[in-house]
Design a protein around this ligand. Structure first.
Ligand code: SF4
Length: 220
């Protein structure tokens, strides 16, 4: 890969949730905390502690850095289970071949959220590239409910990862902010007041437009 910026893998989930939200985060550096994001962050911080645990033939790697040259992404896996498997791959932490199984921690109730599945699958694709292996499945772990939900990395899910990564790259390269499209999910979005989804322009873009108008740089 060339010297392109590696984009945060976790933002694929933002693209899936709303491309405009991803663009505001990426290109206008907006972050607004609401109850959902605060709860998610605090629960996540509790599990963010880089370490390796070993019990017999099973290792657990926490906070493991992953990247993909192909996708141009970097990020972290909350946890990877590495279990002894003769047909598995070699990793530094184990003196035997292992099969890898990524696990992503989430807060809230157990649910099949496509943005979560895309983020998890992207982690698996990174690991496959890093260790020349194949990873057919991983899991979402819902902290409050203490429940694990297995996710199969189907061709459709992998294609969705590729598509969201391409969109994220395009948003970054062009600095484009897609227009707002008011949908039910806007009610839960922490950027709602900044985005102003009903007026189809971000506060930042609106202010820039006003400044340009005041400077006579645009036709009125
Ligand atoms: S308020 Fe709606 S349109 Fe605006 S960023 Fe959030 S989800 Fe996207």
């Amino acid at each position: 890969m060339d010297d392109r910026e590696y984009l945060p893998l976790s933002w694929l989930g933002q693209v899936e949730y709303c491309p405009r939200r991803a663009a505001l985060l990426l290109n206008e550096r907006v972050w607004v905390e609401n109850a959902d994001t605060a709860k998610g962050r605090s629960e996540h911080e509790r599990v963010h502690d880089q370490r390796v645990e070993r019990r017999g033939d099973l290792l657990k790697l926490y906070e493991y850095t992953v990247f993909s040259d192909d996708l141009g992404l970097r990020g972290k896996c909350d946890c990877i289970e590495a279990r002894r498997c003769d047909s598995g791959c070699k990793i530094r932490a184990a003196d035997f071949p292992v099969r890898l199984y990524p696990i992503e921690y989430k807060h809230g109730s157990v649910r099949e959220e496509s943005s979560y599945m895309i983020q998890l699958c992207a982690q698996a694709i990174c690991l496959e590239e890093m260790f020349s292996t194949s990873i057919p499945a991983g899991a979402l772990f819902f902290i409050s409910a203490h429940r694990r939900m297995e996710v199969e990395f189907t061709p459709q899910l992998r294609a969705a990862v590729q598509a969201r990564a391409a969109t994220l790259r395009e948003l970054r390269d062009t600095l484009r902010i897609p227009p707002a499209e008011y949908r039910p999910k806007c009610k839960r979005c922490s950027l709602r007041e900044y985005c102003m989804p009903k007026v189809k322009a971000s506060a930042g873009a609106y202010c820039r437009r006003m400044t340009q108008e005041a400077m006579g740089e645009v036709d009125l």
